[in-house]
Design a protein. Structure first.
Length: 160
C-alpha cells in the first residue's frame, strides 16, 4: 500500500509543479509583453515630442506672414496676383505649403486665378472672429479662411 501512496503524491507534486511552472511562464510572458508595450509607448511619446519640438523651431524661424490675419491675407493675395505661387504658399502653415503650391499651379493652369482671388479680396474686408485664446482667427464670408498665430508672432493661413 505504501508504494501506491508514494507514487500518488509524486504524481500530484509533479502535476502541481507543472501547473506552477506554466503559470510562472504565463506571468513572465505577460510581464514581458506589458514591458514591451510600455517601451513602445515611451518611444512613440519621445518621437512625438521630438517632432513637436522640431515643428515649433520651424514655426519660430518662419518669417512669412503679417502681424494680423488681414495683413497675411493681403500678402497672400498680392503674391498670387503676381504669379509667385512659391511665395504665396509660404503664407500657409508649414504642413500645407506644398499642397497649396500645387493647388495654385492648377488654378493658374485652369485660367481661374481671378475667380479664386475675388472672394478672398472680399473676405479681407469682412469681419471675423478670434478664438478665446486669441491664437486663431476665422473669416466666414464670402469664403471661409482660417488663420493661426505662430510662435514667432506672425499669422499663417491654416485653410481656405
Amino acid at each position: 500500500m505504501e508504494p501506491k501512496k508514494n507514487s500518488y503524491w509524486k504524481f500530484v507534486g509533479a502535476f502541481l509543479a507543472l501547473i506552477i511552472l506554466a503559470l510562472g511562464g504565463l506571468l513572465g510572458w505577460s510581464y514581458y509583453k506589458f514591458k514591451s508595450g510600455e517601451k513602445a509607448v515611451e518611444n512613440l511619446a519621445d518621437a512625438l515630442k521630438k517632432w513637436n519640438d522640431e515643428l515649433y523651431q520651424k514655426q519660430l524661424a518662419d518669417t512669412y506672414g503679417g502681424k494680423t490675419p488681414q495683413e497675411t491675407l493681403e500678402m497672400y493675395i498680392a503674391a498670387v496676383e503676381a504669379g509667385d505661387y512659391e511665395l504665396a504658399s509660404k503664407y500657409f502653415v508649414i504642413e500645407k505649403r506644398e499642397g497649396w503650391r500645387v493647388e495654385l499651379d492648377e488654378i493658374k493652369n485652369s485660367g481661374k486665378v481671378d475667380v479664386f482671388i475675388a472672394p478672398l479680396k472680399q473676405a479681407n474686408f469682412s469681419s471675423g472672429e478670434y478664438t478665446a485664446d486669441g491664437k486663431s482667427f476665422s473669416i466666414y464670408n464670402p469664403v471661409g479662411v482660417d488663420f493661426v498665430l505662430y510662435p514667432s508672432g506672425i499669422w499663417k493661413i491654416l485653410d481656405i
